[in-house]
Design a binder for this molecule. Structure first.
Ligand code: ATP
Length: 595
């Protein structure tokens, strides 16, 4: 398959402003793609080479990429830097530069006479980028430069646009996993109805390329053959939310196991002998951040092979007390891990077990999984089972909730004990219900929203963003619907760094997956998630979240929204609060007012 075909499709995707059109374009692309390279096409289209969990990232520094471009075009790095400044985008800069390349050497001459004759293939591009991503150590910079230049020498200007963006980690087409699953269902399995089965395969493997290849080769049958496996993360099961102990117990059939909801970072640990891999809630490989947690798993999980889940919590080494979530975030760093480990030590609180020595437990009910977990975990100072209690009445649940709060937890996660309380990979369902403090003390609990646009500030904030346009997620339509403009709660430092931080996601028009009636000054590819809190949820004709659900032509908005200080880098945009949740919260709020 020629890379130029991919570039043509990217151009189409980039220019559309409609969500459905974007899926149609993807379907057409997938149908044109031979099954043997479909995994590569899927990864490349998302700006990756592998599923996230592999942890191989493209993201060559612009400087280095420009040096490669200089080799390929004969233009000086200074000239290219000036072009980049003018264009404001490395892809466009490369495209323009390639159109005016200069012949400096015989090699250039030969290469240029071949442009158009020798066509870049997807395989060639992928394999070369793979080598670029994996080149390390001494001399690796030169290796990368010559590899990239070798591609650019044969690229057309349009191909160069997308190559350069991909190489520098800036191919931001904003195509989410769910959009690709839809497109796969339509392209290979007869229609969108087939999506649940494809999605299940994806939930168990977290590898879209792998799923794509299976369905392209074998149709729906291909999706059915997936099995849970060490090293391939399972997409996490998530909790629904309710505000009172009464409602929770009622929903869970009058009986549940309530567990402390620890305020840390969720980890999914895969152990095989002495090897341990840790995956985050977003399924990033975070093994290198937590050598101490790996040690804990190695020493305390008494099974040869296991997949277990735990909350990793920062603790005070002197008192053993839990520290707040923000402190744990100091551990999310590239360098100085050893010092951070000393300064912010962690404990693990285990709460689930998905696989042990050949036995897939995802279809086992929760009590069984918990029993196996208790069997294989040898508790210690830094390795404990999540504190839990069997609950059968409302007051007991309330008391246990207060206890959890006083111990420094966020609240409780109440879990179903029913025979069907399986591990629902990748789903937010009613088998787990969270019970958090903020629900009781404030009218609106914090919600996680995706930044989709921004407005320039005035006065003191001139030249910076004055407010961000934020949206909640609608998983059914796979779009982000706006819910507020938030301008308060940001520190001077936040304001200072925001334009720079959001710059990589700027696009010229509203992203096709954004539904907004408000026109922002700047639009973004939905990428950054922040936590906000407000005074109440109100009906609003301006915002599109839940539009028409409560009242015709009115959406829901957050009144007096404030940034809580939490950049939720641990969440992807699709993990934002959903429209459905917001609607539920609105109804709950009405109920409270009635009381
Ligand atoms: P939140 O922002 O409230 O943590 P979330 O979207 O990250 O929500 P939910 O599934 O809604 O995740 O809430 C459960 C989360 O709580 C888990 O992802 C996990 O990180 C954390 N947690 C802490 N203790 C437990 C526990 N005992 N059982 C399950 N999850 C727990």
């Amino acid at each position: 398959m020629e890379y130029s075909l991919l570039a043509d499709f990217y151009e189409k995707i980039e220019s559309t402003t409609k969500r459905l059109e974007m899926t149609d374009i993807l379907v057409a692309l997938l149908k044109k793609t031979p099954p043997s390279v479909i995994d590569k096409v899927v990864y490349l289209t998302q700006g990756k080479l592998y599923p996230d969990y592999v942890g191989v990232e493209l993201g060559v520094a612009e400087k280095l990429a420009l040096r490669a471009l200089s080799l390929a075009t004969g233009l000086s790095v200074e000239e290219l830097e000036a072009e980049l400044k003018r264009a404001g985008d490395i892809g466009v800069a490369a495209e323009r530069s390639l159109s005016r390349r200069r012949v400096k050497s015989l090699l250039d001459f030969v290469a240029q006479s071949q442009v158009g004759a020798k066509k870049l293939t997807v395989d060639e591009v992928y394999n070369t980028l793979d080598k670029v991503a994996k080149a390390t150590g001494e001399g690796s910079q030169d290796t990368k430069i010559s590899l990239i230049a070798s591609l650019l020498r044969h690229a057309t200007p349009k191909e160069a646009r997308y190559l350069m963006r991909t190489i520098t980690g800036k191919l931001r087409l904003g195509i989410a996993d769910m959009t690709i699953l839809d497109a796969l269902a339509i392209a290979f399995c007869g229609g969108k109805e087939a999506r649940p089965l494809i999605e299940r395969a994806y939930n168990l493997s977290s590898d879209l390329g792998y799923v794509a290849r299976a369905v392209a080769e074998k149709g729906l049958e291909g999706a059915k053959q997936f099995k849970i496996a060490i090293g391939r993360p399972v997409r996490p099961m998530l909790a629904e939310r309710l505000t009172t102990a009464e409602e929770i117990l009622q929903k869970l059939g009058g009986k549940c196991v309530a567990e402390y909801k620890y305020d840390g970072e969720r980890i999914q640990a895969h152990k095989s002998g002495a090897d341990v891999i840790l995956f985050s809630r977003r399924l990033e490989n975070i093994t290198h951040h937590y050598p101490d947690a790996c040690g804990i798993i190695r020493n305390h999980v008494k099974a040869n092979e296991a997949i277990v889940e735990a909350e990793c919590v920062a603790i005070d080494p002197d008192t053993g007390e839990m520290r707040p979530f923000q402190e744990l975030m100091h551990r999310r760093r590239k360098y100085g891990i050893e010092e951070a480990m000393k300064e912010y030590p962690v404990s693990l609180f285990f709460f689930d077990c998905l696989y042990v020595d050949g036995q897939d437990l995802t279809n086992a009910p929760y009590p069984k999984r918990r029993e196996v977990l208790a069997k294989i975990l040898e508790p210690g100072e830094r390795a404990m089972l999540a504190t839990y209690r069997l609950i059968e009445d409302v007051e007991e649940l309330e008391r246990f909730f207060e206890e959890a709060i006083s111990e420094g937890c966020e609240g409780l996660v109440c879990k179903s004990l029913a025979p069907d309380s399986v591990y629902q990979a990748g789903a937010r369902g009613w088998l787990w219900i969270k019970f958090k403090r903020s629900y009781q003390s404030k009218l609106v609990e914090p919600i996680d929203v995706t930044v989709v646009g921004a407005f320039w500030g005035k006065g003191k904030r001139a030249g910076k963003y004055g407010a961000l346009l934020c949206a909640v997620y609608d998983p059914e339509a796979d779009v982000f619907r706006t819910v507020c403009k938030v301008g308060s709660g940001f520190t001077d430092e936040d304001l200072e760094k925001m334009p720079e931080m959001l710059r990589p996601y700027v696009i010229e028009h509203k992203h096709p997956r954004v539904d907004s009636r408000i026109k922002a000054d700047v639009w973004f590819v939905p990428s950054v998630v922040i936590e906000i809190i407000g005074d109440e949820i109100t009906l609003s004709p301006l915002h599109t979240a839940g539009l028409g659900t409560i009242k015709p032509d009115a959406g829901l908005a957050i009144r007096f929204p404030r940034f809580t200080g939490r950049w939720r880098s641990d969440k992807s945009p699709e993990d934002s609060t959903t429209v459905k949740e917001l609607v539920e919260m609105y109804k709950m709020q009405l109920k409270k007012i009635e009381v």
